[in-house]
Design a protein around this ligand. Structure first.
Ligand code: ATP
Ligand code: MG
Length: 242
């Protein structure tokens, strides 16, 4: 047994001869919030699609709770919650109706348990008040929180969020940040968040992984990224412009 919830080992992904990810390896410890940082087009979404079993690597393996996603995809994917790009909901249905529909994808829950879980996740993401309104009337921040509610339905121990703050206003960003911290601290969920914004990751993450052009540039504790007299931003710019 080790304390890693995720272990990525030498992952390579090629599409039509083009290398999108080149021998990526890193681990994430249980109970942490980890940031996946990289400029546009660096391969963040591709990596997250691999981690959530949406696509398969050409080489290497991914272990979540010590189970290989390559050989054991179905079982592994059941233990993770994720938002990859924007979550899609029916705008003419309420938030609660959307979640009730999606809860049916969790056959391990009885119908009563599904209903209870929907109420719980609505409460966790602070959407109870607007649960009966149509999703079409929600702000982007509310839709993003509904996306997280959906990802939480199966009680995952690991949550993966691809660019969750994209397009949100400062208030929406703050709400989301507080939610992510709460999920980690109160519910013990390990979180991986991708972003091209160092600032945002710095506020919530303890560990940071930096990729560029499909290659791993850096991985470690956030405090180790910058030299003592250097801001995190300068350290990042230095790293990606090497
Ligand atoms: N199916 C595909 N076929 C060919 N190229 C692809 C495919 N998917 C992604 N790419 C390319 O791989 C590179 C990485 O894309 P990816 O979407 O993973 O980057 P990203 O870091 O998520 O970028 P962004 O910050 O813009 O979301 C890009 O150059 C993209 O065009
Ligand atoms: Mg992306």
């Amino acid at each position: 047994m080790n304390d890693h919830i995720l272990s990525v080992q030498n992952i390579t992904k090629k599409v039509r001869g083009r290398v999108l990810l080149d021998s990526i390896s890193f681990v994430i410890e249980k109970g942490t919030i980890c940031g996946l940082l990289g400029p546009n087009g660096s391969g963040k979404t591709t990596l997250i699609r691999l981690l959530t079993g949406l696509i398969r690597p050409n080489n290497g393996d991914i272990y979540i709770n010590e189970n290989s996603i390559v050989t054991n995809r179905k079982q592994v994917v059941m233990n993770i919650g994720a938002i990859v790009e924007s979550p899609i909901f029916f705008p003419y249905m309420s938030g609660k109706e959307n979640l009730r529909n999606l809860a049916r994808l969790h056959p391990q829950l009885t119908v009563t348990e599904q209903k209870d879980r929907v109420e719980e996740v609505l409460q966790i993401v602070n959407l109870e008040d607007r649960a009966k309104d149509k999703v079409g009337t929600y702000s982007l921040g509310m839709k993003q929180r509904l996306g997280i509610a959906q990802a939480l339905l199966g009680k995952p121990s690991f949550l993966i969020l691809d660019e969750p703050v994209n397009g949100l206003d400062p208030m929406g960003i703050r709400d989301l940040r507080e939610l992510i911290l709460r999920l980690n601290q109160k519910y013990g969920i390990t979180v991986l968040i991708s972003s091209h914004l160092l600032d945002e990751l710095q506020k919530v993450c303890s560990q940071i992984i930096v990729i560029r052009e499909g290659k791993m540039l850096w991985s470690g504790h956030k405090d180790e990224l910058a030299r003592s007299n250097q801001s995190l931003e300068d350290a990042f710019v230095e790293l990606v412009s090497r």
